[in-house]
Design a protein around this ligand. Structure first.
Ligand code: VGL
Ligand code: ZN
Length: 203
């Protein structure tokens, strides 16, 4: 059991219109349902002195991440478009970490990978957490089988304790069963996957 405080950070992944609204180009079913609860988490975290980070998928118009250029995803979260904006109800406070900029595959908030060269580079998120002295992160947002998962796995690679509350994420399920496989992969990596959201006073 853990409680928000300066040693624990909240990372909100990609709560953006293209994922979290029905009109979005890569709508994650039920994505809009988590927005209020995520806001409440962010409020609790901030009140307890926990840093809060919001990742933002932020792609160029043409990128090998998109199916139109050899990738797997429909174009989404193109820099500067409405689809890339945070959900209108999201109360974004704290630092925004953009990923996928410059044509990289930005799945994790901690690192991005250039699909052409295979080179992986770090975002500032890991440095920020180290500088803040955070040993634990709570990862929420969209999508549980992609960016939430990759962010949580990277956090484990950095040696952090990681909690993913299932009520605060939703899954794409591009292939049926991706949700269960993602949860299994997270648990195998030592991530605590909770089936209920953390109580507000008892994360
Ligand atoms: C995501 C696929 C492509 C995500 C981002 O936020 O989970 N998924 N880009
Ligand atoms: Zn993307």
């Amino acid at each position: 059991m853990t409680t928000y405080g300066p040693g624990v950070a909240l990372i909100v992944v990609d709560l953006q219109n293209d994922f979290a609204t029905r009109e979005g180009s890569l709508y994650v079913h039920g994505g809009e349902e988590i927005v209020d609860a995520v806001n409440a988490q962010a409020e609790s975290a901030t009140a307890a002195g926990s840093p809060v980070f919001w990742t933002q998928d932020w792609h160029p118009e043409v990128t090998p991440h998109f199916v139109t250029s050899g990738g797997v995803w429909p174009p989404h979260c193109v820099a500067g478009t409405a689809g890339a904006e945070f959900h209108a109800d999201a109360r974004v406070t704290g630092e925004v970490i953009r990923k996928g900029v410059d044509g990289t595959d930005g799945y994790s908030g901690f690192s991005v990978r250039d699909p052409r060269s295979g080179v992986r580079t770090s975002t500032v998120l890991g440095d920020r957490l180290m500088a803040a002295g955070c040993g634990q992160v709570v990862v929420v947002g969209l999508a549980g089988d992609h960016c939430v998962k990759e962010t949580a796995l990277d956090a484990r690679r950095l040696g952090l304790d990681v909690v993913v509350p299932l009520e605060l994420t939703r899954f794409v399920n591009l292939q049926p069963g991706d949700d269960e496989r993602a949860v299994a992969e997270l648990r195998a990596a030592g991530v605590r996957v909770d089936s209920a959201p953390p109580a507000r006073s008892d994360v």
